[in-house]
Design a binder for this molecule. Structure first.
Ligand code: ADP
Ligand code: MG
Length: 323
């Protein structure tokens, strides 16, 4: 079982940023409105995610660390319309197989909280504990027992920038979430959770850039899109400054990226890309999130309808600006 979990960890938990993503997504699935991510030494010493979500009842905590035991999918039909971010039941057991994990949790109806410590898949300590409502998960000594993984990591600054990128994507996908990220005591990201995407963009990029962006929205038979985009005078040399969010998941999709730049047409200089974020909402039945465990790449049905919509909405919005 430990070996199977270590193998699964190779798929799901590639690096410190994957731990951050999985833990924050769990908090979001637990309906947290505030999530604080505390990092020490680029995640190599500590990754701690504190949420104010539903918590886990003490008898269900051990189950949360059993592979494929997810509380989110009740039967196989649910697999085709996934509404939660997690559904594989792999993250916690994978992390616990390759690190030292401490989980503290308390539900709204529990008299007391619960504490659970597991290292290399072995429970080392558990019992009642005081604590506030919600869940906090601390991950220490990541990859201590998988030296190959540890060696494969990039230099600490690079791993940290990937954590920041992950937090930025989550903040943009969830403007209603008050999300903070600190590294060695320094705050790197802090959103208010007031639901305003432009304010999140101001935090992620900078206030001036965000203020100059224009909002857009549109819909077709199967899709609704909205977001903010920069005017052609504000561009970057990489397409990674335009976040694509599908049903609140950050995704990489080349067709969508191309549809965005197509909307700018010849107004973009060659090799330049706009800044912004687009939310794409569609019936979960039309998304296949099963393509890859990391879920960054997805497959969409009716992709042509979507790309036509995006290009038209952006083109129209820019022409309103007399561009
Ligand atoms: P998945 O998210 O795919 O269900 P995970 O391994 O990430 O699998 O989590 C296992 C289970 O642990 C979840 O299904 C959920 O019931 C519980 N859980 C994990 N993190 C939290 C959290 N922060 N708050 C409440 N429940 C949680
Ligand atoms: Mg999960």
């Amino acid at each position: 079982e430990l070996l199977a979990n270590q193998i699964a960890a190779g798929e799901v938990i590639e690096r410190p940023a994957s731990v951050v993503k999985e833990l924050v997504e769990n908090a979001i699935d637990a309906h947290a409105t505030q999530v604080d991510v505390v990092i020490e030494n680029s995640g190599l010493d500590l990754i701690k995610v504190i949420d104010n979500g539903e918590g886990i009842t003490s008898d269900e905590v051990p189950l949360a660390f059993v592979r494929h035991a997810t509380s989110k999918i009740q039967d196989r039909h649910d697999l085709f319309k996934i509404l939660t971010l997690g559904f594989r039941g792999e993250a916690l057991p994978s992390i616990a197989a390759v690190a030292d994990v401490t989980l503290q949790t308390r539900t709204a109806t529990a008299d007391t909280g619960f504490f659970y410590q597991i290292k290399g898949g072995q429970v080392t300590q558990e019992g009642p504990a005081a604590g506030r409502f919600g869940t906090s998960v601390s991950v220490r000594s990541l990859f201590y027992n998988t030296p190959a993984r540890l060696k494969y990591l990039k230099k600490p600054q690079t791993e940290m920038s990937l954590i920041v990128e992950t937090a930025n994507h989550l903040a943009m996908a969830y403007p209603n979430l008050a999300l903070s990220l600190t590294h060695n005591g320094k705050t790197l990201l802090k959103t208010s959770g007031n639901g305003d995407l432009r304010q999140v963009l101001a935090v992620v990029y900078d206030r001036k850039t965000a203020e100059k962006m224009v909002g857009f929205e549109g819909a077709s038979e199967h899709f609704r899109v909205n977001g903010y985009l920069s005017l052609p005078e504000q561009t970057r040399s990489s397409r990674s400054y335009f976040a694509v969010l599908v049903n609140h998941r950050f995704v990489k999709n080349f067709s969508v990226s191309n549809a965005i730049t197509a909307g700018y047409g010849s107004k973009l200089m060659v090799g330049r890309f706009p800044i912004g974020a687009i939310n794409i909402e569609l019936d979960p039945l039309l998304v296949d999130v099963n393509v890859h465990p990391q879920k960054a790449e997805i497959r969409l049905s009716e992709e042509g309808e979507l790309t036509d919509l995006i290009t038209a909405v952006i083109r129209d919005r820019l022409s309103q600006e007399n561009l």
